[in-house]
Design a protein. Structure first.
Length: 233
């Protein structure tokens, strides 16, 4: 017996959503305009279906689905390239947007993207043998980074993420490792930029750039180094 799950996601109007997925390399394989707007897009083994709902508010959407892949780096690069070609830039805030590729603390390498309908598509690749999410880290700064990343990316609670980072960096008598400090500052700059707080973003970027990392440490934060360069452009 073979089963397949296909998410059916809402949107206010179909065309902006279809344009977004076409830019990502998807093909529109079905479209119905009446009596009920409906469409299907496919790319390789990924199939997503959408229905139109006039009363729907994309900015308030909580719709999401997860795409498992064995080449998350390849998809992230391809999606970014497609979006830049279609929009003239890689959108990282508002709708639509695509997030940073990250190694999460619960054993998956993933990125999140949100389409013009507000639907969040998580694309990930397991990095360990156990596919089940593990508990949050216990160490102070690792735990703060874990929660701040989830708030910023999964919940789009940018203010909450900023508070977590600011609070942990002000703790008396405790200091993060250089790698932890670097990752926290890059995320703080990212969050500040998405909030429109350019002053804090500039300060956090300068702080991240000033962190002294060994060659081995730099190798372990390649994703964050790439994000730093993107934020500085």
């Amino acid at each position: 017996m073979v089963e397949k799950t296909i998410p059916i996601l809402p949107c206010r109007t179909l065309q902006p959503v279809l344009d977004f997925y076409t830019a990502l390399g998807f093909e529109v394989t079905f479209r119905q305009r009446s009596p009920n707007p409906y469409a299907v897009v496919e790319r390789g083994g990924i199939e997503l279906q959408f229905f139109g709902l006039r009363q729907y508010e994309p900015a308030e959407s909580v719709s999401t689905c997860y795409v498992l892949t064995d080449d998350v780096d390849g998809l992230h690069a391809a999606f970014r390239a497609g979006l830049k070609a279609a929009y003239g830039r890689v959108p990282t805030r508002g709708l639509p947007r695509i997030g940073q590729l990250k190694d999460m603390s619960y054993g998956v390498r993933q990125f999140l993207m949100s389409d013009p309908g507000g639907n969040c598509v998580r694309v990930g690749q397991p990095t360990g043998e156990d596919p089940r999410p593990g508990p949050a880290p216990e160490e102070t700064f690792a735990r703060a980074l874990h929660h701040a990343s989830l708030l910023a990316d999964s919940k789009e609670d940018l203010t909450g993420a900023a508070k977590v980072i600011d609070r942990v960096l002000r703790l008396p008598g405790e200091r993060p490792t250089p790698v932890q400090l670097f990752r926290l500052l890059v995320l703080r700059a990212d969050v500040a930029g998405r909030l429109g707080d350019e002053e804090t973003a500039t300060t956090a970027l300068a702080g991240a750039a000033a962190v002294q990392l060994t060659a081995e440490e730099r190798e372990s934060v390649q994703d964050d180094l790439r994000r730093l360069e993107e934020l500085r452009d």
